[in-house]
Write a protein that binds this ligand. Structure first.
Ligand code: GDG
Length: 447
């Protein structure tokens, strides 16, 4: 088997296991049992560019990382990737902030990645580039003389052509995207959108669907074990007889948190029987806290939570508990298991792994219900979920009421369908099928 080379914006820090972020968790599966080189940004910034990657070997896995200059971090990461591309790819053109200097930094960092990686490569390596930070990397590697197979997977949605056209110099980026041997996306809709943009640019429309997943058995085991742990016990004691609704998301405007909170408030207003009978726990670790749009979201949520709690709370009941720090993965699994409802309402999401984790964490004899946005990639697979339009707080309230009141038989039937789906599209299967497609792709460029 040839060596696998993964390239992503961030390489996981060596000793951290409780990292938030879907990408890291899904890729862990791909590297098991194979010689792997994982290349990307170290997470550190410095005043001067470091040209030589730092290497760290751990068994069959080698991590190779580059530092970014403060200026490149601002332009490539904070600016173009997260201030321009992220909102655009999530269909939020109005939030996008373009600056030509950021685009130049984005291209410069992609070239620096290619220059740092090329000398580490062997001719038969299988190269797999991850996500929107690195759209131009494949083309930059080709320019640097790399001939092996290079695949690309987009973890987030791809918007319709009319939105993509808002991106200055988007055509050049599409030409870069078109150079990959295999182009993977999460859903049929993303493939349609990307293929249309490729076609009008005269590229081969080769985007294909590889839905990402989790390791359901591992998450189920973690959830079962966690229930006896201190944190879950403390949570249950604090709830008393009340039902728990749980939400878990990076603090990101794509996740629909203000709309979700309004939906919960609407539940309390329209269905007074849930008053003091239900508690909503939202875990939302801060991410990209130095990007302006994220700071204003945080302020909006702080205010909203204050308003909802002050309107509905009792002296012995806080309806909405809101945490902006990360919680350990095992503890999250336990929280999911004891929650009567999983509430996952992104306005747009590539897949959304939390939806799958919530399902995996349930007790098959007495499972909770999943309320899921139709705009999460996961909605294509989860026909047992209560699917809503997250823009409508009343729809969220109605779905929550249904989730809190449906009979045990129906909960079990719905959960059974979702559990099968979660086991059909796993993280391991995702990596296996992408890599099989990449390794089977015509080796025209490998000549
Ligand atoms: C991108 C795409 C796509 C969350 N809070 C904590 C924590 N998490 C974990 C969750 C889950 C992961 O982070 C989040 O994954 P998602 O898929 O929900 O979302 P993104 O981070 O936006 O991921 C997404 C994904 O890539 C994979 O392709 O599905 O659409 O946007 O695993 O459990 N983990 C810990 N503490 C937290 O507080 N330990």
């Amino acid at each position: 088997m040839s060596r696998l080379v993964i390239v992503s914006n961030r390489v996981p820090p060596r000793e951290r296991t409780s990292l938030a972020g879907g990408l890291v968790i899904a890729l862990r599966e791909a590297i098991a049992g194979r010689d792997t080189l994982w290349f990307g940004w170290s997470g550190a910034t410095s005043a001067t560019p470091g040209k030589e990657p730092h290497l760290h070997r751990a068994g069959r896995l080698t991590l190779a990382t580059l530092d970014l200059t403060t200026e490149d971090y601002a332009g490539y990461y904070r600016g173009f990737s997260n201030g321009m591309l992220w909102p655009l790819l999530h269909h939020r053109v109005g939030l996008s902030e373009f600056s030509r200097a950021d685009l130049i930094a984005y291209r410069r960092v992609n070239r620096a990645f290619a220059a740092g990686l090329a000398p580490l490569l062997r001719p038969d390596d299988t190269i797999w580039v991850q996500d929107y930070h690195l759209f131009p990397l494949g083309a930059a590697l080709r320019e640097a003389g790399v001939r092996g197979r290079i695949g690309f997977f987009l973890h987030v949605p791809f918007p319709p052509r009319a939105l993509w056209e808002a991106l200055p110099d988007g055509d050049a980026l599409v030409r870069d995207i078109g150079t990959y041997d295999v182009l993977g996306v999460q859903t049929d809709e993303d493939a349609r959108h990307l293929n249309e943009v490729l076609s009008v640019n005269g590229q081969v429309p080769r985007a294909r669907v590889f839905p990402i997943g989790i390791d359901p058995e591992a998450f189920a085991t973690a959830a079962r074990k966690a229930v006896a742990g201190t944190e879950v016990q403390r949570l249950c004691q604090s709830l008393g007889e009340r039902a728990l609704i749980v939400g878990i998301d990076r603090l990101d405007y794509s996740k629909g948190l203000p709309q979700r909170f309004r939906g919960f408030a609407q539940l309390l207003r329209r269905y007074p029987e849930h008053h003091n009978r239900v508690t909503f726990l939202q875990i939302a670790p801060v991410s990209r806290g130095d990007v302006a749009q994220y700071r204003s979201l945080r302020r909006e949520l702080d205010e909203l939570v204050g308003r909802i709690n002050s309107e509905h709370a009792e002296f012995d009941w806080t309806p909405l508990r809101y945490l902006t720090r990360a919680v350990r993965r095992e503890v999250l699994a336990g929280f999911c298991r004891v929650a009567r409802v999983g509430l996952v309402t992104p306005l747009r999401d590539g897949m959304n792994l939390v939806a799958k984790e919530y399902v995996a964490a349930q007790d098959p004899e007495d499972p909770g219900a999943l309320v899921l946005s139709r705009f999460a990639g996961a909605a294509n697979e989860m026909d047992g979920a209560i699917v809503i339009n997250p823009h409508d707080p009343d729809a969220t309230a109605e779905a929550l009421h249904m989730a809190l009141t449906i009979a045990a038989d129906e909960r079990r039937a719905r959960w059974g369908r979702m559990w099968r789906a979660v086991n059909h599209y796993t993280a391991a299967g995702w990596a296996r099928s992408f890599l099989a497609a990449l390794e089977a792709s015509p080796a025209s460029r490998a000549a």
